[in-house]
Write a protein that binds this ligand. Sequence first.
Ligand code: SAJ
Length: 426
Amino acid sequence: PEVCVLGLGYIGLPTAAIIARSGCRVLGVDVSEHVVSTIAEGRIHIEEVDLDGLVQGVVARGMLRTSLQVEPSDVFVIAVPTPFDDKHAPDISYVLQAASSIAAVLKAGDCIILESTSPVGTTEEMRDLIAKLRPDLKVPGLTSDIPDIAIAYCPERVLPGRILEELTNNDRSIGGITPRCARKALTFYRRFVRGECITTDARSAEMTKLVENAYRDVNIAFANELSIVADRMGLDVWEVIRLANRHPRVNILQPGPGVGGHCIAVDPWFIIHGAPDETPLIRTARWVNDGKVDHVLGKAGALIEANPDAKVACLGLAFKANIDDFRESPANKVALALAQKFGARIRIVEPYAQTLPPAYDGLGASLIDVDDAIESCDLFIVLVDHDVFKSIPLAERAGKIVYDTRGIWPDQPASPERPSGHLRLA
Ligand code: SAJ
């Protein structure tokens, strides 16, 4: 089939490339001229392992083209953003815009698949819009006859840094507006997904995606709350978690400076918004995880003030280990607030950055490398668990004051989050 992928971001571009590799002719559509022209040259505008080579190959073979405009196709895959507004209400306007541009070129036999994380009911809303714009087509769920088109919801669940591998190997939930729609979408996904594809209805598939990320948020909140409790009690939280996880049915996640990224801190709000009175736990988890940033900031600030002569190294800006994405990052929030308060005393170590983000302009903070930090800084605030930080041996950290919000240095002597003298596993 000919396939049109709408939205060429972290999900849409790798998806378009993998579909093209499976032998479909793919048109990638984006609203950004920069994105469209970069990919048309066989280059990519985002960082993701192995994506550059894949895109270069499918573009060179003519299997992936790009455009600002949707063209007639057999399958349409929507992977546009679904942000929330300042009241945490989901904004599905990009999805609806994509659907109306598809409606203009839609023909009988086509299949539309929504992949964007969406509040429950969005796929049906999209269907209703298409029915309104194309009264000549029989749409699924609104006709007793065999519908002319198929509409399904199929969320992605890939992890940044492992996108290509997970796109191929993860299991997928495929939610049809009707079972017939689900079967049609299933035939398409089987072309390039090696994981199991499980069919369901569209609303269940929408909720499944939200639940996966809310589950992780709630579990990280538990770890983050424990870290604050342990702090209060003078305990080493990582020691306690490591020991508790020896229980066969306990698996506590890792505390950190808060929860970042574009999914886990956002998607729970889509559930809360849909059922505001029934979600005290999910809402509290959001509050706990956001509050952890302030807790870390308070402790780091106090430590810097208590050591007025110390030069400070903030280790990491990324929202998680070994990636170059600094948006929605708790580490970046902490480092930026410290730079605003302490100016030139703050040095930032971020091997994944060439320069500091523009928000740091004029604050006096500087970007330095790991070796400079070891040589020149006395106080280390660990914000990201990049491998390159983990591998700094104790000998190079000896004598430093360390506030390790990620627990990357189990052998570090006493420090605010790691009081000495507690039982350790060998
Ligand atoms: N984090 C912790 N402690 C942990 C695990 C994570 O503090 O034990 C923090 C990370 O440092 C980061 C944030 O949580 O700031 C989120 O990181 P993550 O690795 O848990 O997830 P993401 O945002 O990279 O990707 C998630 C994944 N969802 C789940 O694991 C349920 C991914 O599979 C989804 O496809 C993705 O969201 C998405 O697009 O929805």
